[in-house]
Design a protein around this ligand. Structure first.
Ligand code: HEM
Length: 182
């Protein structure tokens, strides 16, 4: 199962990123602080979407248009009274084929898994606005994630799994590094 290979192969990189995000979440004192954290997510996800786009169409992922994307982050920032301008462009992995695109997409979609924990942490800080991105797909989250895993299984032959895992790991690393810029 590619999901097990991916989860195990990228677990350390996930943990490293999770630590950075949790530290940032714990430091939040206001809506402005939360919006500042969203900026990092927006900068990284919107850039990653650009490099993935040439290799990820509806033939590969039929429900692509229904999935959440960086537009949700932009809306969340606007609902917190922030603009999406003045964002520096972070480094992202080089994507040159569909297997690498799926590895990067796995990281973006999987961020929903920690999303409910993030929403709970924010609620404890009194922040309940601008959480559409982290809220995922509500009660449908499990089934929509399952559909993505089915696409992975269908699209990626065993001989190409290493490319998916390498890019997923690289994506976690690049995202973690993007928090160092300021
Ligand atoms: C506060 C920060 C985070 C926490 C507490 C967290 C927590 C979790 C948890 C508990 C799971 C397992 C869910 C399950 O198996 O049902 C998970 C899975 C995952 N998370 Fe995170 N996460 C965080 C941040 C992120 C971020 C920022 C990303 C990506 C940008 C991410 C990507 C993933 C992926 C890809 C999976 C799927 C693993 C798999 O089952 O294949 N996480 N996370």
């Amino acid at each position: 199962m590619i999901q097990d290979v991916l989860r195990n192969g990228s677990a350390a990189a996930h943990q490293q990123l999770e630590k950075i995000v949790v530290t940032r979440l714990k430091a939040i004192k206001s809506k402005e602080d939360y919006a500042a954290l969203l900026k990092y997510f927006y900068a990284f996800f919107s850039r990653l979407e650009e490099v993935i786009a040439p290799y990820m169409n509806e033939d590969i992922l039929p429900d692509k248009a229904q999935r959440r994307n960086s537009g949700f982050l932009a809306n969340d920032m606007v609902s917190l009274g922030q603009t999406v301008t003045e964002i520096s462009v972070p480094d992202v992995p080089e994507i040159t084929n569909v297997y690498q695109a799926l590895g990067a997409f796995y990281v973006m979609e999987g961020s929903i898994m920690g999303g409910s924990i993030i929403v709970q942490m924010l609620a404890k800080l009194g922040i309940t606005d601008g959480v559409s991105f982290f809220s995922g797909y509500g009660p449908e989250t499990g089934s929509i994630w399952g559909r993505f895993i089915e696409v992975l299984n269908k699209t990626v032959p065993v001989s190409e799994q290493y490319q998916v895992v390498e890019t997923a790991t690289d994506t976690f690393h690049c995202f973690a590094l993007s928090f160092d810029d300021k």
